[in-house]
Design a protein around this ligand. Sequence first.
Ligand SMILES: Cc1cc2nc3c(=O)[nH]c(=O)nc-3n(C[C@H](O)[C@H](O)[C@H](O)COP(=O)(O)OP(=O)(O)OC[C@H]3O[C@@H](n4cnc5c(N)ncnc54)[C@H](O)[C@@H]3O)c2cc1C
Length: 370
Amino acid sequence: MPDSIPFGIVGAGLSGLVAAAHLRETGHAVMVWEARDRVGGRTWSPPLGPDSLHLDLGAAWHWREHTRVQALAEQLGIARVPQHEPGIALYEPRAEQPVQRFPWPETPPPSWRLEGGTQTLAQHVAATLPGDAVRLNHRVTDVRRTDASVQVRVAGPDGPSSTTVAHLIVAVPPRLVAHTIDFDPPLPDSLASAQRKTPTWMAASGKAVATFADAFWRQQGIDGRVVSHAGPVAHWHDAVAPNGRAALAGFLHPTGVQTLATNGREALHAAIRTQLAHCFGDDAPAPTAIATSNWRTDDATTPPGVAPMQVEHPPTPPPVLTQPQWNGRLLWASAETATEHPGYLDGAIEAGERAAEQVFEASPESASTR
Ligand SMILES: Cc1cc2nc3c(=O)[nH]c(=O)nc-3n(C[C@H](O)[C@H](O)[C@H](O)COP(=O)(O)OP(=O)(O)OC[C@H]3O[C@@H](n4cnc5c(N)ncnc54)[C@H](O)[C@@H]3O)c2cc1C
C-alpha cells in the first residue's frame, strides 16, 4: 500500500462509503479507515435465528420523502419492504397488569424497510470499491496538516501507522469527532464547539429483535405493535421478512437499558422473553432467537464517558459543520451534517455526496478525470 494517496475517508458508515464511491469515479485511489470490524456504522443487520434473518439493530426505515435512499436501493437492486401497519395494537401498562388491545389511533406516514436490512446499503456500496480500499479495525486517532497534504495517524491491529492524503473526508458523527480525534493545528473554536453540541441521532437508544417460527400475532389480528410502560422493550413492531419469516423488532425502554447495564445481556434477553409471554399470552410461541443493541455504550457512536444527548428531532446543522477546512483538504460528511433529513440515512447519503463534490471543487484536476 503506498504511503501517499489522493483521497482518505474516516468511517465506513453509509456516508463515508457514498463519498468513497463518488471519489472512486475519478479513477484515483481511495482509502477508508473504519474503527469497527464491519461496515455500516449505525446500520447493523446481522443474521439471526434458524433462518438467518437480517433484522435491523440500528436504522430500519425510510419514508416517502427520503428519495436518496430509494434511489440508492434501486440502483443497488435492494428491494423495499412496506412496513406492516394494519392497526390493532397492544398496550402493556405494567408488568403485573393485564395487557389491553386498542386500535392504533393514527395512520402513520407510510414507511419502508429494506430486504436484508439497512446495512446492505453500506455492504453493497463497499462492494463497488477495490478490495483493499476499506480497512476494518483501523481507528483514526490524529489528523495533522502538512504543507500541501494531510497526515492521518491510525491505530490498527498491527499497531499505529501513518498515511498522507491530499484530501481527507471525516465521515464520523461530529460529537464523536470532537471527543475522539486530535487535530493539529486545532480546529477553529466555532467548529469544535458546534461539533460538541451536535447530538448524534439515536445514539441514546437501544434495540431488540426476536425471530419466531411464525407470525402468530397476525393470526390473532394484532399488527405486532406493542406499546409498553413496563419494558424492557418500550415499543415492539412487526418485522416480518418479505419471504414470510417471522420477527418483531423494538426499541429498549429505560428499564431494558438498565437491566443490560446492571445484569448483562442474558438477563435482558430473559426479561424480553417474559415480556413477550405477558403481552401475547403464555401459549404464544416463544422467540427462536433474540438480539439486542445498545448504541449509548458503543464507542464508535458515543464517545466513552460522554452521555448521549436526547433530542426529539435531529437539528439542522449550522453551516460551519459543512465548511471545508485547511484549504479544502479537510472535509466533513456524516448524516448529522446534512441540510435535508439530517441524522437519517437519507442525510448520510446527502452528506457523503456533498463532501465528494467539495473535494472536486477544491481539486478540479481530479474532478476532470471523472
Ligand atoms: C437505533 C437506531 C435507529 C435508527 N433508525 C433510523 C431509521 O429508522 N431511519 C433512518 O433514516 N435513520 C435511522 N437511524 C440513523 C441512521 O442509522 C444514521 O443516519 C446513519 O446510519 C448514519 O450514517 P453515517 O455514515 O453518517 O454515520 P455512522 O453510521 O455513525 O458511521 C460512522 C462510521 O465511522 C466509524 N468511526 C467512528 N470513529 C472512527 C474513527 N476514529 N476512525 C475510523 N472510523 C471511525 C464508525 O465505526 C462508523 O462505522 C437510526 C440510528 C440508530 C442508532
